[in-house]
Design a protein around this ligand. Structure first.
Ligand SMILES: Nc1ncnc2c1ncn2[C@@H]1O[C@H](COP(=O)(O)OP(=O)(O)OP(=O)(O)O)[C@@H](O)[C@H]1O
Ligand SMILES: [Mg+2]
Length: 257
């Protein structure tokens, strides 16, 4: 198993009490698969992404990648969040190059720009390479953020509600972009989302978490490969049934285990 999350629990220690956020949580992800994680607000999803990225350590249990326990941040992981946080004093292309400056200092500037431009082309923003973040729309900023998270060719991409702040049409456009990127760049993806259509459209499996302390309530293989790039297939009978099933499971997940 490629990513193996084994019985992890995590708590935050405040002045007077500990807050248990995740409890005995286990699941695994096979290489090159796309897994979505859904769960109630505050159940520990963002905390989980930080643990998988090695930015903090669980107080109990372990996370293995290809059998190796994670003890520190890894450069084979890329991350993108709801708020893209681009640097205003850098152009689009230089924002995308940022991770390369940190993890690939041996690359020449020309090579870095070529790589960033290749990604910008894939997401349809080549003409905006010299723009500043304030000159981009919300959807464009999120495309740039996706490029930045993939520029160093990570093996694993972790996305924490990246499209949550976008309107429905822009979001659907980004789903297609992400699907294209997944095909051409080849990474294993973990997506945190509140949007079940997004989960169905993009992922091979949906992991449903309980209320805090979050643990896995159910894992559902969507068995529903949308091969065409059209979002229309989300309105098919099969997809609608899957959506209803997931909604039901989430409703049940609010009942304590
Ligand atoms: N650094 C921190 N210190 C203390 N408590 C924290 C910290 N980060 C998160 N928490 C608490 O841990 C719990 C889980 O937070 P987390 O951000 O992981 O939830 P989430 O599932 O991502 O929620 P949402 O869906 O709203 O983004 C919350 O109660 C939050 O207040
Ligand atoms: Mg969160």
């Amino acid at each position: 198993m490629y990513i193996n999350i084994k019985d992890i629990s995590h708590k935050y220690s405040n002045e007077d009490e500990d807050l248990l956020v995740l409890k005995d949580l286990s699941f695994s992800v096979e290489k090159d698969k796309f897994v979505s994680i859904v769960g109630p607000s505050g159940c520990g999803k963002s905390t989980l992404t930080k643990l998988i990225a090695g930015l903090s350590m669980p107080y109990k249990g372990k996370i293995l990648i290809s059998g190796t326990p994670i003890n520190s941040p890894r450069k084979s992981i890329g991350m993108a969040f709801q708020n893209p946080v681009l640097l205003e004093w850098r152009t689009t292309v230089d924002n995308i190059c940022l991770p390369l400056e940190i993890v690939s200092p041996q690359m020449t500037r020309k090579q870095k720009i070529e790589r960033a431009t290749e990604l910008l082309e894939m997401v349809g923003l080549k003409d905006f390479s010299q723009s500043r973040p304030s000159q981009l729309s919300g959807g464009m900023k999120q495309r740039v953020s996706l490029c930045r998270s993939l520029v160093h060719r990570p093996e694993i991409l972790i996305l924490d509600e990246p499209f949550g702040a976008l309107d429905a049409f822009t979001r659907e456009g980004l789903w297609r972009t992400l699907k294209d990127l997944k095909t051409s760049e080849n990474f294993t993806c973990i997506l945190i989302t509140h949007d079940l259509r997004e989960a169905i459209y993009l992922s091979d499996e949906v992991v449903i978490l309980t209320d805090r302390p979050g643990t896995v309530k159910k894992s559902v293989k969507t068995n529903f490969q949308i091969n065409s790039n059209s979002v229309d297939e989300l309105y098919s009978k099969e997809a609608t049934e899957m959506l209803a099933f997931l909604r039901k499971q989430i409703e049940l997940s609010h009942t304590k285990l």
